[in-house]
Design a protein around this ligand. Structure first.
Ligand code: DGJ
Length: 729
């Protein structure tokens, strides 16, 4: 059992193979956080807590004259607003009398076999070979209005501890919550770096590391999506932590909407982290007897650096978060029509593209935006999910049949959550779009957002999507979403409950995705939000791959995929070879390099094969053949970051190593050429030191490759790349 209990001292210790987490309900019933870090002796870690008389840090009433006991200084599991703790807190409630000062005290606990799930929300699940247990600790508010049930999932051999929160109203009045965070962890000491992943459209998840200083450092989104700008994943690391050494802690939110993540370095040099739904657009009414579930966070600890921390998340998300047929099956190598022809196509043109692609070994043809309603540009048609047979020159069934006859699978694009004002749907139901009465809505890409908090709206869209999917043989669906949400107001909810819309929207999105995967379990769904605007662990529960970025430039992709790799496995990163000059940057890169980068993701193409020379086509054919020879190594192997592209001068490099260490793939992209420059050496990682490996017919001991390194081939031109396959002899 991974949950150890000291009933008399009310100490709860959660143990995974390599980490430990501990809390203790103290003599006043305050649930203290006492440890998160190395797995070791199950000791009472509360001995580390300082009790001092602190000026201007008050004392709870029941402590009487004990001036050394202050919630303002104590490490807590779920600190609340108005308790005398003036740091950032996890919960803020508005009581029926208008007050908001709250106190929680320990009430009970429950231990369950297996991993809990959450109604309507994504959650990590246990498989047959996962050892998992659940602890639920219940706190009660001292005014006896509600319970806070804190859920802990201990996934022993995954080295993951999850947390989620359920609030239960057990009084006879409505309660309004202004903030419900999913996770709080307090560190008594430590000098931490805060690693976050920031960006913008076409530049997502750039890794940034900054030391914590007194005050609050925060990331978040109020865009209704997890966003391009910040990702709901962050890391705390100790100052000397590297890729391979040192302590670090990961916090990942399984949620796709507004979020807030922060680290507060306080007056006593303690650090508090909080992660959960962003409070700005949140004001939630919980009625008597009702429960509210806040989304799950997945926490991990590594004492051997950032690389290992990433491996923990990669394995857990690949095997215990992604679901369905494509969790393990190799994803088909696809050709997407978007950058090849944009809106400018008819059925014959698409079939020709598919034919050209099939001759090169492509397995799936995806018809992107433009096949429905009045949609020759992005100004109209969204919401009208009726096949434009006039544009295609045939029915969807006929088009799919022609593509299947070429030996290809067929996929299709949707943007279910949005509507153009120039659409039949909007003309019939303007109130189905999120907009505030009396105020003109904020448009983005000429579109508005449908109110997915409403079941009737979702049912309508779902029915129309199903009609399309049922009318043809379709094996893949791209679920896109091309704007940030604004004007959050639902015509269906009363004024006092408008603060629920943003969260209800995400629950609606999850509800519809769940229905879709239940009805079409064999369809591969790729998530997308103008590229990686909703690349998060919540979406991965429904869509096992997500289009990583609308930036397909191979060099730009180096830092995007590098940043993404800290929290997410390569198997989830949608990545394509596109044409040159690149559509986003105008840069020229060799076709080989574009493939090196796209292969380090789900691998596909996004160009018009018809425009390629015979030489290029031959290269593509060879790339596809090569990819198929080590696809499982890429999809399931351990991914090692060997260089940081923001620091790399001459080249950037990364490596995949099979779980059993029998083979590896080393990828190198040259960035700058220095004539007559020094040799470049790279030390491999993750090999078996006691085995010999073959590289280009030459034998090297594993330890030599990891200690002495490998002399890299001399690049002859900028952006040249190399893929070096290494096999154990
Ligand atoms: C944004 C996506 O990221 C692109 O790949 C493409 O599908 C367009 N939308 C289509 O409108």
């Amino acid at each position: 059992m991974a949950i150890l209990l000291d009933d008399t001292k009310r100490i709860f210790t959660l143990q995974t193979d390599h980490s430990m987490y501990q809390m203790k309900a103290d003599r006043y019933g305050v649930l203290l956080h006492t440890w998160f870090g190395n797995n070791g002796t199950s000791f009472d870690y509360s001995y580390l807590i300082t009790y001092e008389d602190r000026g201007f840090s008050g004392n709870p009433y029941e402590t009487e004259n004990e001036r050394t006991y202050s919630l303002d200084a104590l490490p807590q599991e779920y600190p609340v607003y108005g308790s005398g703790d003036y740091r950032s807190t996890a919960l803020k409630v508005r009581y029926p009398d208008g007050s908001n000062a709250c106190e929680l005290r320990y009430y009970s606990y429950q231990i369950l076999n297996g991993k809990y799930s959450l109604p309507g929300l994504p959650a990590i699940y246990a498989t047959e070979d996962t050892k998992a247990d659940t602890l639920i600790i219940t706190l009660e508010d001292t005014r006896h209005c509600f319970y806070v049930h804190i859920y802990y999932g201990v996934l022993e051999n995954l080295d993951i501890i999850t947390r989620a929160v359920c609030i239960e109203n057990h009084c006879s009045d409505d309660l309004y919550f202004e903030n419900i965070q999913s996770t709080c962890v307090d560190y008594l000491h430590g000098n931490f770096n805060f690693h976050t992943f920031y960006g913008r459209h076409v530049k997502e998840r750039t890794h940034q590391k900054s030391p914590l200083q007194h005050g609050i450092q925060s990331i978040g989104s109020t865009r209704g999506t997890s966003s391009h700008q910040y990702n709901p994943f962050f890391i705390l690391s100790e100052q000397d932590t590297t890729e391979d050494t040192g302590n670090c802690y990961g916090f990942s939110l399984l949620y796709s909407g507004d979020f807030s993540g922060l680290a507060e370095y306080d007056q006593y040099d303690q650090t508090r982290i909080l992660l959960g739904i962003h409070p700005d657009n949140f004001y939630y009414c919980i009625k008597p007897g009702e429960k509210f579930y806040a989304p799950e966070t997945a926490m991990a600890f590594s004492d051997c650096g950032l690389g290992n921390l990433s491996h923990i998340y990669h394995k857990a998300y690949r095997n215990n978060l992604c679901r369905g047929k494509y969790k393990t099956a190799r994803r088909p190598i696809l050709l997407n029509s978007w950058e090849g022809v944009y809106f400018d196509f008819d059925g014959d043109k698409l079939v020709q593209m598919a034919k050209d692609a099939s001759e090169l070994g492509v397995e799936l043809f995806v018809m992107d935006d433009g096949w429905f309603g009045k949609r020759d540009l992005d100004v109209s048609g969204l919401g009208d999910w009726l096949v434009n047979e006039e544009k295609l020159g045939c029915t969807l069934g006929e088009l799919s049949e022609r593509i299947h006859k070429l030996g290809l699978q067929f996929g299709i694009w949707f943007e279910p959550e949005c509507v153009n004002e120039d659409s039949n749907l909007y003309r019939a139901h303007p109130d189905w779009a999120l907009q505030v009465p009396g105020k003109a809505p904020c448009r983005s890409r000429y579109q508005l957002v449908l109110d997915f908090s409403r079941e009737d709206v979702r049912d309508y869209i779902f029915t129309h999507i199903c009609q399309v999917l049922d009318s043809a043989k379709i094996e893949y669906l791209k679920w896109d979403f091309n704007r940030s949400i604004s004007d959050i107001y639902s015509a269906k909810l009363p004024a006092k409950r408008q603060g629920e819309v943003a969260h209800r929207y995400i629950l609606g999105l999850y509800d519809m995705l769940e229905k879709l995967i239940q009805r079409y379990p064999d369809i591969l769904i790729e998530g997308c939000s103008g590229g990686g605007g909703r690349f998060d662990a919540g979406m991965l529960y429904y869509t096992p791959q997500i289009w990583c970025s609308d930036d397909t430039d191979a060099i730009e992709r180096l830092s995007i995929q590098y940043g993404t790799s800290f929290g997410y496995p390569v198997s989830t990163m949608g990545s394509h070879v596109s044409k040159c000059p690149n559509e986003q940057t105008g840069r020229m890169t060799p076709l080989n390099t574009r493939a090196t980068v796209a292969m380090s993701g789900t691998f596909g193409y996004e160009l018009d094969v018809n425009q390629m020379s015979d030489e290029e086509k031959a290269l593509v054919k060879a790339q596809i053949k090569e990819f198929k020879s080590y696809d499982s190594l890429i999809q399931n192997g351990n991914y090692y970051r060997l260089t940081d592209p923001s620091e790399a001068q001459s080249y950037h490099s990364w490596e995949f190593v099979a779980e059993d260490k029998s083979e590896a793939l080393l990828c190198i992209v040259s960035l700058q050429i220095h004539p007559n420059g020094p040799g470049n050496y790279i030390k491999l990682k993750g090999l078996d030191p006691h085995s010999a490996y073959l590289i280009d017919g030459k034998k090297y001991p594993g330890d030599v490759l990891m200690n002495g390194g490998l002399l890299l081939p001399f690049a002859k031109a900028e952006y040249e790349s190399f893929r070096i396959h290494i096999t154990r002899c």
